[in-house]
Design a protein. Structure first.
Length: 205
């Protein structure tokens, strides 16, 4: 593939990601994607065939990025508290760098659960090692007496839900508290510390 071809392929992908996140799957057309990418619709179909293919690629990359990075966090002998802190921090920072992602996923799940369920099933191979690793780690720490009993799924749901909430309700918080972007970012950093302390307090004996 020529360099310029690869560049256009990436431009199309980036344009699609921007539009999907801003206005959702249903309201985004291949014509809009082509216009933003600076090409014609024929090129969009040439590289990705359909809008569904583009959406699935973007969704899988986002989920895969989370799973892959978490699997490599804190594997070099750090304590359970340090590992949990790293996982929370990664999730929180990832959402902060992709502020529209939480709203986007929630909207797409509610509008087309079947399509997203299919994507999740295909990603199971990436996510399963994470759950197995978390379960084994928690069992080991419970036996050692360093944490209170908790299942891996409950720990991950707690972390995800606490991290996601500020981003889901961002418009409400900003209007209610009259917060600009700078003030909201400051609040987010405080919130991250609070989430870490809340989860660690649940684990501590």
């Amino acid at each position: 593939m020529k360099i310029e071809d690869k560049s256009m392929e990436l431009q199309i992908l980036e344009a699609a990601e921007k539009l999907f996140l801003e206005q959702g799957y249903a309201k985004t057309s291949t014509a809009q994607i082509a216009k933003l990418a600076g090409c014609n619709q024929a090129l969009v179909h040439y590289y990705y065939r359909t809008k569904d293919n583009l959406f699935e690629k973007i969704f899988e990359e986002k989920i895969g990025m989370i799973a892959t990075n978490i699997l490599h966090i804190g594997v070099n002998g750090s304590t359970i508290e340090e590992r949990v802190t790293q996982v929370i921090g990664f999730y929180f920072d990832f959402l902060k760098q992709n502020p529209q992602l939480a709203q986007f996923v929630l909207h797409e799940i509610s509008s087309n659960p079947t399509r997203l369920q299919s994507l999740v099933e295909r990603l199971r191979q990436q996510v399963t090692p994470l759950f197995l690793r978390v379960e084994a780690e928690l069992e080991k720490e419970v036996k050692r007496g360093t944490i209170r009993p908790i299942t891996g799924i409950n720990l991950l749901i707690t972390i995800i839900s606490l991290n996601v909430t500020p981003f889901l309700v961002k418009p409400i918080l900003q209007r209610a508290l009259h917060l600009g972007e700078k003030e909201f970012d400051t609040m987010l950093e405080e919130r991250k510390k609070e989430v870490i302390e809340t989860v660690l307090s649940r684990l501590r004996v």
